[in-house]
Ligand binder design. Structure first.
Ligand code: GTP
Ligand code: SPV
Ligand code: MN
Length: 621
């Protein structure tokens, strides 16, 4: 039966290279699971119901096997530490593929594989990949179970770490399975850590704490809505509901169906007068979404309620407004930098029932990472399990160490965070990590200019993905690693959405919390002080404050930036908002190279806006 059998039967189950997009149904699910089991040859197949008992059993089993460390029950109740393979700590963008039928549909910024070749290769990789392991079947709902905007997926995995994480991050188990009727569409997501426990000659091998392998490959089939992920156990590579489904596959579905799947946080912000606004904000990976989503405003009387911290699905509602849901059920947040002074809400959220990955362990069985406290403990066990002291000369936690925790236990979670109909969006905010050029806040002149803001996000790379940290790159819509189709088509789709929404379209802003002085210090205090920017946005939405035209968009008049209670002199404020024509002209040149990569697929309006930007800058230079 070898490699070809499962292609044929998978195709008949609706998961082949040219399978239909709808109507997979329950029978196809049973066939797919049987096909996958026949291919990967696990010891047993377990359908997960998502229950508390099942979770407890898996956690205990992992502690027993040494792949989780139970934290101290008084200090961090119900919580665990996982240490990954040191070579499996982040998303692997160079091993992530969009296997669309035509290469140009993946676009110049996605890695592409021919879908038929990719399947052939994957079938060889998955052949016997689960030997000696348990194969878990995880039905899950993205969005509230049964919600009109929600979608069903089914992940198969041989990693119990993935099971307990998916239970936190999605609505996983029996309720999701019950959604799959005779004709229900669902997305198949196949995952293996790629380390079978039985060798070719039949000998059984002992497991390791974090199985993974070198031949990682994360493949997406946008036309047939399939995900195949091999070799990694880490977050975005392995929790397939998250970046693989809710962004890469969903973005393709969204474009065809007239909605949006975006790398965005969602919040409700209420001002001291009780006036509320909903914001969706796209920032590049590890650039402040979780912190914004859980902001504790420094301004008296302001409140931020959390709806989502990483992914939003947005669609025009019957009322003509753009409505958004958070399709996830938990947070997979960056640990380093999270402390009482920066993000007290996150600290309260992760006080219990949390899975930590690649943080340091304290002597009394709690966790620690850089930025949790100003002074590190005298002795720690670092993220690799080695003894660590403050003079070690290396971080105790991996810079991309993360916490996995349920959204419901976040103290700032909004009452209607799981409203299946979502919340109406008033403002869209784009941001990245920029030491230079980009002012603290600016407003787009209209929707098209807002799309230009999104298309031209650049950000210094972070530890969230393998690659050179700190290097500036274009990250359009904060979706460079997550758009399942040609990015230029994404811009065209956004422009069309603006036409659909018309007067109901949200206003668009751009922010940058990360501007630095020539000495390399952050100019803006950030975190709770970012409420001062929200105050300006709120006033702009209601026409209560003027803005000043500039080559890069509408800027606040400096006197309108609320400085009460913050130590910020005139000179620093001016630096935070400075627009230097020469360095912006260099930026515009870089943007043009960026747009040119997409050739004539770039919407002409965006090219016009870039021309306009250059003209305005030249007039000032
Ligand atoms: P992903 O989960 O990777 O998509 O990241 P994210 O966008 O949710 O980023 P997150 O909020 O976790 O922030 C990443 C890092 O940026 C953390 O170390 C934060 O402490 C830091 N950070 C967040 N907001 C601010 C800010 O306003 N100012 C400064 N200086 N740092 C910030
Ligand atoms: C990101 O990198 O943007 C994340 C973490 O949110 S991961 O789920 O690993 O993609
Ligand atoms: Mn993210």
């Amino acid at each position: 039966p070898g490699a070809i059998g499962p292609i044929a039967s998978a195709a008949s189950a609706g998961t082949g290279p040219r399978a239909p997009r709808t109507g997979r149904g329950r029978a196809a699910l049973d066939r797919w699971v049987a096909d996958v089991a026949a291919l990967t040859r696990p010891d047993e197949v377990v359908w997960c119901d998502g229950s508390e008992e099942e979770n407890e059993r898996l956690l205990a089993q992992m502690v027993e096997a040494g792949s989780l460390i139970a934290l101290d029950d008084d200090l961090r109740p119900g919580s665990f530490l996982a240490r990954s393979d040191p070579a499996d700590v982040a998303r692997v963008e160079d091993r992530t593929f969009i296997c669309s039928e035509r290469e140009e549909d993946a676009g110049p910024t996605n890695n592409w594989h021919d879908p038929v070749d990719a399947k052939r290769r994957l079938l060889a990789r998955f052949d016997g990949a689960m030997a000696g392991r348990t194969m878990y079947v995880l039905p899950f709902s993205m969005g509230p179970v049964g919600g009109a905007i929600s979608q069903i997926g089914v992940q198969v995995t041989d990693s119990p770490y993935v099971v307990v994480s998916m239970r936190i991050m999605t609505r996983m188990g029996a309720d999701a399975l019950a959604q799959i009727g005779e004709d229900t569409f669902w997305v198949p997501a196949l995952h293996s850590v790629g380390q079978p426990l039985i060798d070719a000659d039949g000998t059984r091998r002992a497991d390791v704490a974090w199985p993974a392998c070198e031949n990682k490959t994360i493949d997406h089939f946008p036309e047939t809505r399939e995900i195949w992920s091999f070799g990694s156990g880490y977050g975005g590579n392995a929790l397939l509901a998250k970046k693989c489904f809710a962004l890469r596959i969903a973005s393709v579905m969204a474009r065809e169906e007239g909605w949006l799947a975006e790398h965005m946080l969602l919040v409700r912000v209420t001002n001291p007068q009780g006036r509320a606004m909903h914001i969706a904000a796209a920032f590049s990976s590890a650039c402040g979404k979780t912190n914004f989503a859980m902001m504790m405003p420094s301004l008296p009387g302001w409140r931020v309620e959390t709806i989502g911290d990483d992914i939003a699905w947005l669609r025009p509602g019957a009322d003509g407004r753009l409505r958004a849901i958070n399709p996830e059920a938990g947070f997979f947040g960056v640990a380093p930098g999270t402390g009482r002074s920066t993000n007290p809400v996150a600290m309260d959220t992760i006080a219990r029932d949390t899975i930590f990955t690649n943080v340091a362990l304290t002597e009394d069985g709690d966790v620690w990472w850089e930025g949790m406290t100003t002074e590190p403990p005298a002795r720690l066990t670092d993220w690799r399990g080695e003894p660590w002291t403050p003079d070690a000369g290396r971080p105790a936690a991996h810079p991309n160490a993360r916490f996995t925790v349920g959204a419901a236990q976040c103290p700032s979670i909004s009452e209607d965070w799981d409203d299946p109909d979502g919340v109406p969006i008033d403002a869209i905010v784009f941001g990245g990590r920029r030491a230079t050029n980009v002012p603290l806040v600016s407003e787009a002149e209209d929707w098209g200019h807002g799309v230009f803001f999104g298309a031209t996000i650049s950000s210094e790379q972070t530890a969230a993905a393998e690659g050179p940290v700190g290097e500036l790159r274009l990250d359009p819509f904060a979706m460079l690693p997550f758009c399942g189709y040609n990015m230029a088509d994404h811009w065209a789709h956004w422009l069309r959405m603006g036409e659909t929404l018309g007067e109901g379209a949200p206003r668009v802003f751009r922010v940058n919390w990360f501007r630095k002085s020539p000495e390399g210090k952050f100019l803006w205090p950030g975190f709770g002080e970012n409420a001062r920017v929200l105050e300006w946005i709120d006033a702009r939405l209601h026409g209560e404050v003027e803005a000043e035209a500039s080559p890069v968009g509408l800027l606040p008049r400096l006197e309108d930036v609320d400085r009460e209670g913050v130590d910020l002199d005139d000179e620093t404020l001016a630096q935070i908002f400075a627009v230097d024509p020469d360095s912006w002209l260099a930026e515009a040149e870089r943007l043009r190279e960026g747009l040119d990569r997409y050739g004539d697929r770039v919407p002409p309006r965006l090219v016009e806006l870039l021309d306009e930007l250059e003209e305005r800058l030249r007039a000032r230079a």
